[in-house]
Ligand binder design. Structure first.
Ligand SMILES: [Zn+2]
Length: 264
């Protein structure tokens, strides 16, 4: 028998799936190891076994081991809550935004690849949700995660020819080609996902992309937030970009859309 290898790291749960009578398979996002899967023995039989550390909106210290360095499935030995944002759990909109961000992390980032920036981004988002939801913050999360996934959408220059776009230049957004497309390259964008992209929507996303963090994104756009049509165009452009990487529907997107309708 080879020696078991172990790791202790901060992390949070992306997904928990029941297995057998008493156990859970948890998808964790950890600071040291990135996204991993672990078996949480007894997690369903006893609530005390992991004492709330596998719930939503908590960061925990996870003690993990695995049979060999090549084994895909870790075993969760223990978990201890370190920080929590449980007061958000009763806020429907905050839960929707947090769940959407978790789904993006789960779908966009590769397994077993440490991504401390994404870890900090989620913590920043939860912290910021204490002041209420912000669509600008959500766009910031999308832009950061798309960058970490290796596909930052082109906004300042044409995704096809690289030409710098003028501040007022109306263009197309073509997710299949990687973002904004200048007038000269537009005739070659015939894919179903290509759509008009107003200068306002593009500048809105540029400002959000340049923000230092989630809270800054919220504050930065407040004085010159574009109208609902441009905000909608910015959202649709990001969703189209994500759809190129994640071909199946995201569960949480519809949830947020319904909330937005209810809120006018
Ligand atoms: Zn071009």
């Amino acid at each position: 028998m080879g020696a078991r290898s172990g790791s202790t790291t901060l992390g949070f749960v992306l997904r928990a799936q029941p297995i057998r009578d008493a156990d859970l398979i948890v998808t964790l996002f950890t600071q040291e190891l990135g996204k991993i899967s672990a078996l949480a023995r007894g997690a369903r039989r006893s609530q005390r076994r992991f004492a709330g550390a596998l719930g939503q909106l908590v960061v925990s210290t996870f003690e993990l081991s695995r049979a060999s360095p090549r084994a895909e499935l870790w075993t969760l030995e223990s978990a201890t809550v370190e920080r929590e944002w449980l007061e958000l759990a009763s806020e429907v909109a905050a839960v929707a935004h947090a769940s959407y961000a978790l789904e993006l992390v789960r779908e966009l980032l590769p397994s077993e690849t440490p991504e401390p920036e994404a870890f900090a981004l989620m913590v920043d988002l939860w912290e910021s949700l204490r002041s209420g939801v912000s669509t600008a913050s959500l766009r910031h999360v999308e832009l950061r995660l798309l960058s970490l996934a290796g596909t930052p959408p082109a906004l300042e220059s044409c995704a096809a020819c690289g030409a710098q776009l003028l501040p007022e230049e109306p263009c197309l957004f073509d997710p299949a080609r990687g973002g904004a497309i200048c007038a000269a390259c537009a005739p070659h964008s015939r894919g179903a996902g290509a759509r008009p992209f107003s200068a306002q929507a593009r500048r809105y996303l540029m400002a959000i992309a340049a923000a230092a963090d989630v809270a800054a994104a919220r504050e930065l756009v407040r004085p010159h937030e574009p109208d609902a049509a441009d905000r909608g165009a910015a959202r649709d452009a990001m969703l189209a970009m994500i759809r190129v990487l994640v071909p199946h529907p995201l569960k949480t997107v519809e949830f947020i859309a319904k909330l937005n309708q209810a809120g006018g």
